[in-house]
Design a binder for this molecule. Structure first.
Ligand code: AMP
Length: 207
């Protein structure tokens, strides 16, 4: 299969050619059509399988096609939550790379550093927020972040997130987002705890 067979926008295909990707990986082949169709997905995929592009590409396409005028400040329409700072930075970089020819802005927030530059970036307005849970909740509680316009939510490394004790944080974060949204959950392993949060947070019955 080729990326051209996945109904992706020419701007995204061009960004992929720049990256010299020739063929979609297995998770990309499976997840991209489902995410484009707004089906909630519970994806079993480890880091290194190309899972970031599997969700970033169709999400950028949705944002581009929503064609929201940017006269006012951009609102967070996509939230990606991931357990570590390294992963958060990598995911945000991927959004920047794949959205090279699109009008989609992202920023990344994580703990362990001063919040000033992060709140400034948020203040300028972004479409996509990539975050680790602690800093995200902290900035939500301080009033720097509103999730009320989030239509797309990605929970990355769900198993790791649970192992690190982030269940309560994720629940608190999601209480600030609309109920009506797509949720895409990725996990390297699928223990019953992951199945449980999938059931709680995803509209699997929609499928
Ligand atoms: P990820 O699993 O999302 O962390 O991606 C692992 C690595 O694979 C990253 O360096 C990506 O740039 C690269 N990658 C993602 N998709 C493809 C693809 N279809 N072809 C070649 N490399 C890819």
């Amino acid at each position: 299969m080729k990326f051209e067979d996945l109904n992706l926008l020419p701007s995204l295909l061009k960004a992929l050619r720049d990256q010299k990707y020739t063929e979609p990986t297995s998770i990309q082949e499976k997840a991209i059509p489902l995410i484009l169709a707004r089906e909630d997905v519970l994806g079993s995929a480890q880091t290194g399988t190309g899972k970031t592009a599997a969700f970033a590409l169709p999400i950028i396409q949705h944002l581009e096609q929503e064609n929201t005028p940017h006269s006012g400040k951009r609102k967070i329409r996509v939230l990606v939550v991931t357990p570590t700072r390294e992963l958060a930075i990598q995911i945000a970089d991927s959004f920047t790379t794949y959205a090279k020819y699109n009008n989609v802005k992202n920023t990344v927030i994580y703990g362990g550093v001063k919040q000033g530059s992060q709140t400034e970036a948020l203040g300028r307005g972004v479409d996509v927020l990539v975050a680790t849970p602690g800093r995200l909740l902290d900035l939500m509680n301080q009033g720097f972040i509103s999730l009320k316009d989030v239509g797309y939510f990605v929970l990355d490394e769900a198993d790791e997130m649970l192992n690190m004790g982030f269940y309560e944080d994720i629940t608190a974060i999601l209480s600030g987002a609309p109920k009506e949204k797509n949720t895409w959950l990725f996990s390297a392993t699928m223990p019953s705890a992951v199945a449980k949060i999938a059931k709680k947070f995803m509209m699997i019955e929609k499928r």
